[in-house]
Each structure stands twice: as structure tokens, then as C-alpha cells.
Design a protein. Structure first.
Length: 422
């Protein structure tokens, strides 16, 4: 007989090093003697707007099948010891949390499904996680201010209740002696792996901006991560990459690239630190501001919101620059300080006509003053009204997205929309 246990872990790292996924990778090896991992380890991305996050607001869950019930305590001690050994406690923003789910009931499942989704879409209090843990007698270990219990419980909740949409990421880790020095990865092998496996893998290379984007530049243990829609796709790409030695690797199942963070609503319902899909009409022409950022305003039902394509979104800004007052759009992104940070846009309709001064003698006629029509400076002809003319838009309706170098972990790339639709 097997004994199931779900382990959730979060908030062990700091900007100077470590990574909760590496801790999980080490733990997976240490826990092997007690049983097997069911399905895949889960890598869950939570609300990307949480101010306490170190980088990508990740949390981890492992579903274990223990061989012997008497190993329950050994497993818990192994997990707690790994966190005590590896978490960066010196960082004031590191507040680790661990939860162990050992039994389940339907009420707990539905409460946890909601809690986990809220952790991706909403802002939670530590007490909400603690209340849930007490209500269902879930054993836990929280360190310092215990904020990590939020992410740990949310990740464990997804392991219990399942993900409706998911992708995979194969994360390869570096040898410890190389942490902090530049990564040695053969560029040509990465390009070859990408072209052999795209679109089943994505965000390995940003072709438009000529960048390899699957390897971080931070001093953490990650060498690179390959994202894709199946284990076989990420393995195929991995087998082609030449690099410095890989100390270990793990294939995670993840909510990355699923748009799980987006709430489909109306502009007047928007709150800061959440992410949305909003429909509206462009109500102010795009403006470029210092730093290269481009802003548009969209309105719907008397409410309006400014949406920004920041400089790092590179060529995506050219799409936004081409929008005009009257265009209908659906925007996707996170709201901070009352402004949406654009991740994607769907142009639903473009205005195709505009009112312009009539043409005479090969030139535009000049206004003669308010209500006095238009005159031709050459022949003196007068016309009463402007004329409706077709507009050259140089842009089409449809979806546009930020490039891979600017993609947020949870944002669903268009290549996944296409794969699903066909
Ligand atoms: P890494 O990606 O390297 O693992 P990180 O970016 O995941 O780092 P953490 O160090 O885990 O960042 O910090 C995020 C903190 O915010 C955790 O304590 C987590 O429990 C908490 N948290 C996550 N989601 C929410 C939420 N929706 N509401 C409130 N707190 C949250």
C-alpha cells in the first residue's frame, strides 16, 4: 500500500542566489528513498504583481507516494532540514513556508482550489493561509513572518486539485562551483534545438531581437530552462544543447504560459496589483514618453485606463504607436498604479475612414475659419465641408504580443493559441 503526501514549498531564495526550484530539485533526490513522485513536480507561478517576490513569484509542490507510513516523519524532517540548510534566511524578504497535505476531503478540495487561484490572481494575507491550514489540520512549518505559507499552500492546492491548462519546463542546474560566473552555453546548439522543436517548445530564442532568452543572467543555480507543451518536446531540445556540465535537471509541470493570472472583466472593475483582459475603444492617440515607453488610453462605458508598452517590449511598441482614436481593442496585462502594463493586445477593429480637407489643384484646401468652409489657395474655389476618405492603416486586426525577451512567466504566447486552435 502507498501513502500519498503533497509537499508545498515557497520563499526560500534571495536576489543574491538560490532558487526555490533548485531546493526542490535537491529534495527530489533526497526523498527518493521514501517513495516515488507522482505525475511531475509542480512549478507554480503566483500573482506576478506581489511586491514581496524575489523574481518570478514561483512556488513548488511535490506529490509523493510513500512506501511506508512510518516514513511520514522522516519525509517532513528531510524537507524541513533542506529548507533550513539552503534557504537564504539572512535576506529580510525571505520568509520560507512548507505545507504537508496528508489527507483530503471534498470541502477542502474546493476551498483550496479557490485559494490557489486567488494566489495567482489576487493579493492574499498570511492569516488567510494560516486559517485554511488550521481549518483542515494541514501540517506546516513557517519561518520568520511565515509569508511563504501562502505560496506553499497555493502550490500544494494545485497539486491536489489539478491544473486545467499547463505546460512543461525542463530546468537544468549548474554545478555549484560555477554559480555567479557567466554561463557557458553553445549558441549554435541552442539555435538548432530551437529550430528543431519550435513550436512545441518556445521562448528559447528571441529571433526578432537576436537573443538567447532561455538562460538567466542572475547568480542563481539555473543554467537554462526549456519551455514546451510536452515532456518529449523539452527533452528533444535538451538533448541538442551543448553547454557547461549540467549538475541535475528536473522536468516540471507548470501553469507558466497559460494566462491563468488574467481576470476577464470591465475597465470600471479594475484594481491595482491584479492582471486583466479588458475591452475598450482607443480614446487618446498613442504618445511616446521619456525612456521609450508608449502609452494609449482606452475607454469603455465611461471608464478609462492608460495602457503602457514599456521600452523592453521593443518592436511591440510599433503596433501600439499605430493605433488611433476609435480603434476597438482587447488588452491583456497587469495593472499597477492605475496603469496597465501590456502583455498582449488584440485589435478587434480599426477605423478605416477619416474626415479630411478636400483636395483642389493637387493640394489640400485650407480652412477659412470656423464654419466658413475650405478654400483653395491656388484657384480660390470654396467647399463647405470636409470629405470622408479611406485611411491607410498599415496594420491589421488580430493579436500582437510582446517578444520573448519581455514575456512574463504566466503570459500565454500566441504560438500556444495557434496550436490549440488547430
Ligand atoms: P523565485 O522565483 O526565485 O522562487 P520568488 O519571486 O518566487 O522567487 P518569493 O521569494 O517566493 O519570490 O516571494 C514571494 C512571496 O510572496 C512568498 O512569500 C509568497 O508566499 C508570497 N505570495 C505569493 N503570491 C501571493 C499572493 N497572491 N498574495 C500574497 N502573497 C503572495
Amino acid at each position: 500500500m502507498n501513502y500519498p503526501m503533497i509537499i508545498g514549498i515557497d520563499d526560500t531564495d534571495s536576489k543574491e542566489g538560490m532558487c526555490t526550484t533548485y531546493l526542490a530539485a535537491v529534495l527530489i533526490e533526497r526523498l527518493k528513498i521514501y517513495g516515488t513522485i507522482r505525475d511531475y513536480p509542480l512549478l507554480i507561478r503566483l500573482n506576478p504583481n506581489i511586491k514581496y517576490k524575489t523574481r518570478g513569484n514561483a512556488a513548488i509542490a511535490l506529490s509523493l507516494e510513500l512506501n511506508r507510513i512510518k516514513d511520514v516523519q522522516n519525509v517532513k524532517q528531510t524537507v524541513i532540514a533542506a529548507v533550513e540548510e539552503m534557504a537564504v534566511f539572512s535576506d529580510e524578504n525571505t520568509n520560507p513556508g512548507i505545507v504537508f497535505i496528508e489527507r483530503e476531503c471534498n470541502e477542502m478540495k474546493s476551498d483550496l482550489a479557490l485559494f490557489s487561484l486567488r494566489a495567482v490572481r489576487d493579493v492574499l494575507k498570511i492569516s488567510e493561509a494560516e486559517n485554511m491550514l488550521v481549518k483542515y489540520g494541514i501540517s506546516k512549518r513557517g519561518f520568520k513572518n511565515k509569508r511563504g505559507l501562502i505560496g506553499a499552500l497555493a502550490a500544494a492546492g494545485f497539486a491536489l486539485t489539478g491544473l486545467s491548462d499547463f505546460t512543461y519546463e525542463l530546468i537544468a542546474y549548474r554545478e555549484k562551483k560555477r554559480w555567479g560566473i557567466s554561463r557557458d552555453i553553445d549558441r549554435n546548439s541552442v539555435l538548432a534545438a530551437d529550430s528543431a522543436t519550435f513550436p512545441d517548445t518556445w521562448d528559447t530564442v528571441d529571433h526578432e531581437n537576436e537573443r538567447i532568452v532561455f538562460a538567466p543572467h542572475s547568480p542563481d543555480p539555473i543554467l537554462f530552462g526549456i519551455r514546451g507543451n510536452s515532456e518529449s518536446a523539452v527533452r528533444a531540445a535538451f538533448s541538442m544543447i551543448k553547454s557547461e556540465p549540467v549538475e541535475r535537471y528536473v522536468i516540471y509541470k507548470t501553469n507558466q504560459n497559460t494566462d491563468m493570472h488574467l481576470i476577464d472583466t470591465r475597465i470600471d472593475e479594475v484594481a491595482n496589483d491584479r492582471s486583466y483582459i479588458l475591452k475598450g475603444k482607443v480614446s487618446k492617440d498613442p504618445i511616446s514618453i521619456e525612456g521609450g515607453h508608449v502609452i494609449i488610453k482606452i475607454s469603455d462605458n465611461g471608464a478609462a485606463i492608460e495602457c503602457v508598452a514599456f521600452e523592453p517590449t521593443k518592436g511591440f511598441r510599433n503596433v501600439i504607436r499605430k493605433l488611433m482614436i476609435g480603434d476597438n481593442v482587447t488588452v491583456y496585462g497587469s495593472v499597477k498604479d492605475g496603469t496597465m502594463n501590456l502583455e498582449k493586445i488584440r485589435i478587434d477593429s480599426l477605423i478605416q475612414k477619416e474626415l479630411r480637407n478636400p483636395i483642389c489643384c493637387g493640394k489640400r484646401m485650407k480652412s477659412r475659419g470656423k464654419g466658413q468652409g475650405f478654400g483653395c489657395p491656388k484657384c480660390g474655389a470654396i467647399r463647405k465641408e470636409q470629405e470622408i476618405e479611406p485611411l491607410e492603416r498599415n496594420i491589421q486586426t488580430g493579436f500582437y504580443e510582446v517578444p520573448p525577451c519581455a514575456r512574463r512567466h504566466l503570459a500565454k504566447p500566441l504560438v500556444r493559441f495557434r496550436c490549440h486552435e488547430t
